[in-house]
Design a protein around this ligand. Sequence first.
Ligand SMILES: Nc1ncnc2c1ncn2[C@@H]1O[C@H](COP(=O)(O)OP(=O)(O)O)[C@@H](O)[C@H]1O
Ligand SMILES: [Mg+2]
Length: 263
Amino acid sequence: MIPMIEMQNICVSFRSEQQEKVFGASRKQVLFDVSLSLPKGSCLGILGESGSGKSTLGRVLCGLLKPEKGQVLLDGMSVYRSRQGKRALQNRLSVVFQDYTTSANPRFLIRDVIGEGIRARQRREGIALNYEKEVTRLLDLVGLEASFAGRFPHQLSGGQLQRVCIARAVACKPELILFDEAISSLDTHTQVQIMDLLKELKERLDLTYAFITHDLTAVTYMCDNVLFLYQGRVTEQIAVERLAETKDEYALRLLHSIIDFEA
Ligand SMILES: Nc1ncnc2c1ncn2[C@@H]1O[C@H](COP(=O)(O)OP(=O)(O)O)[C@@H](O)[C@H]1O
Ligand SMILES: [Mg+2]
């Protein structure tokens, strides 16, 4: 079976500002031949320390950054080769970021934050939805009462606001959601609650997840496969249940640091 998303030999570099003045325009490579496959219905963890290229990989995956080399395939069709390819991806994908405080406009009521996702779906499907009813349904789906619709983002806790961002993400009926450090700024207890919500939504809505994080514990809780990214290179892609068998140095280091921490 063709995976829903396949990335083949992705290379990305940026203009390097520091060296530019001395040597002229030079480039810093951030991703080196990154390949991955994301089967429908799975949750793939993309794990790496800060600066390893996770968000850059996420931007390539969701159609926002054309790689210099390599391909992104959606159901076998090239995403970056045509405008239709990119549109097909964007119609089927939502993104949830770490910084829920800036990803929700502070001047919008919660109903309008979620409304952004509802409008995206209306445009795409050419249908008229009962807006208030849809907002209530989505709030309920993420475990929030209908009265939250009339609040502003600053009147919510971090966990509640991230639930709103999740409601906005599922409002447009995506098949695939990319989470970029979506739970990283929450306290541990809230992280677990949000991960439980995400697992439940994944089953109910038949979703596929790409889950970017620097936290191996979250990966083992959420994901069925994990890709280790170290300085822009994939050092390992392995089923979470087989993690103990890894021979990859970076993966082992992370595994041991967790075991030490818990011991
Ligand atoms: N738009 C950009 N221009 C220049 N450098 C960038 C840009 N985006 C990311 N980088 C650099 O690429 C590297 C990887 O960044 P990023 O993908 O954000 O890593 P991560 O999400 O794993 O922390 C970093 O060194 C970062 O400074
Ligand atoms: Mg990042």
